[in-house]
Design a protein around this ligand. Structure first.
Ligand SMILES: NC(=O)C1=CN([C@@H]2O[C@H](COP(=O)(O)OP(=O)(O)OC[C@H]3O[C@@H](n4cnc5c(N)ncnc54)[C@H](OP(=O)(O)O)[C@@H]3O)[C@@H](O)[C@H]2O)C=CC1
Ligand SMILES: N[C@@H](CC=O)C(=O)O
Length: 322
């Protein structure tokens, strides 16, 4: 993906067609010459319409939304692991998602787990989904199950980061925003025209440790340990009642909320371990016995597999039949 929004002084733009360095990992390419840019867009439009050329967004920024909308307008396909473009203005969500033959975003909820595919299949069959409940954070699932085993909060958050579970800034996970984004994507898929302001979100850190006050590095270095005692006390109090802590997401007709809950140790949520997510989907067909999806909900491999499956799914739409 181009990085025009972040690159202030790019190297001199390459001539078209692309020089070989564009294939190197870690490099990005910027077309500034208007003629080169227009030829790239023409080529992409033709390829997009005929071969299903896919723009994949694995960044963690809102900045890509206009680029994604342009790509869809030019007939290209889009695959997202990045939740942010779908969780800003409702109009952006609608514009991207209404083009369902050109966009897939399975990895935005539950990484490689088929949560969005299941919800959209149920809805497409005319079966109204009434409620979705679950644990949708690999990071918080991992952190809570490690706390249960007596580990220190600050240590397990750092381990979750090193395992590739957390967002670039782990406060996105600890503050509940990452789960709230997943909840918003699901709620909007269920037809709720809501925004982030309509979701009740419980944060596990106080505003004094927020991004406006403390850098990510300082938060990891000295902020996290300030939360150790209170998290340990919460885990111990839950345990004394035969419960465990889980960060739970609930989406229904009464609204949308995400927060830390005490749940029985032997419940579906309470039995979760590590980065596993579990999602229960209730609809008319799945009324008393919900459809349950469970498995690894974060990590580089499972996310990459989810993204690749989306790319291949879109390519299938462009296969010529004999
Ligand atoms: N990790 C996981 O388990 C899952 C992750 N996701 C989503 O996938 C995305 C990537 O996550 P992950 O790979 O773990 O995170 P990483 O921090 O490893 O990667 C994020 C990448 O995005 C780049 N980036 C950030 N902001 C911008 C920007 N404004 N323009 C261009 N590039 C940008 C970063 O570049 P740089 O390093 O130079 O800043 C970095 O390469 C996130 O949106 C996340 O929510 C979804 C499901 C699961
Ligand atoms: N940080 C997220 C990654 C997947 O969306 C999580 O922990 O679940």
């Amino acid at each position: 993906m181009t990085r025009s929004s972040r690159t202030s002084a790019p190297p001199s733009p390459p001539a078209f067609p692309c020089p070989p360095y564009s294939a190197k990992v870690g490099h990005c390419q910027l077309f500034q010459n208007p003629e080169a840019r227009s030829r790239v867009i023409d080529a992409a439009t033709t390829l997009g319409r005929t071969t299903g050329l896919v723009l994949v967004d694995c960044s963690a920024t809102y900045d890509t939304v206009n680029l994604l909308k342009d790509a869809v307008d030019h007939g290209c396909c889009v695959v997202l692991a990045n939740k942010k473009p779908l969780t800003g203005a409702y109009e952006d969500f609608q514009k991207l998602v209404s083009n369902f033959r050109r966009i897939r975003f399975e990895s935005t909820v539950g990484a490689g787990l088929p949560v969005i595919a299941s919800v959209t299949r149920i809805i497409a069959s005319g079966d109204p989904v009434s409620r979705v409940v679950g644990s949708l954070s690999g990071t918080l699932g991992y952190v809570m199950s490690e706390l249960e085993d007596g580990k220190r909060f600050s240590e397990v958050v750092k381990t979750a980061k090193s395992l590739g579970y957390t967002e670039p800034d782990p406060r996105d996970d600890l503050g509940g925003m990452d789960v709230a984004r997943k909840a918003l994507i699901l709620a909007r898929l269920l037809g709720q025209q809501i925004s982030m302001d309509n979701i009740n979100v419980e944060s596990l850190y106080p505003s004094e440790l927020g991004p406006d006050a403390v850098s990510t590095e300082d938060f990891l270095e000295s902020g996290l340990v300030q939360l150790d005692r209170s998290m340990e006390e919460r885990a111990k109090a839950a345990s004394s009642r035969g419960n465990v802590l889980r960060y739970v997401c609930e989406i229904g007709s009464a609204g949308c909320q995400v927060g830390l809950k005490e749940v029985p140790k032997d419940s579906a949520l309470g039995r979760l371990r590590g980065s596993d997510n579990v999602v229960e989907i209730y609809s008319r067909c799945y009324e008393s016995s919900p459809l349950v999806i469970q498995g690894a909900g974060a990590g580089n491999d499972t996310t990459a597999a989810g993204v690749l499956a989306d790319v291949i799914d879109l390519q299938d739409l462009f296969q010529k039949t004999a």
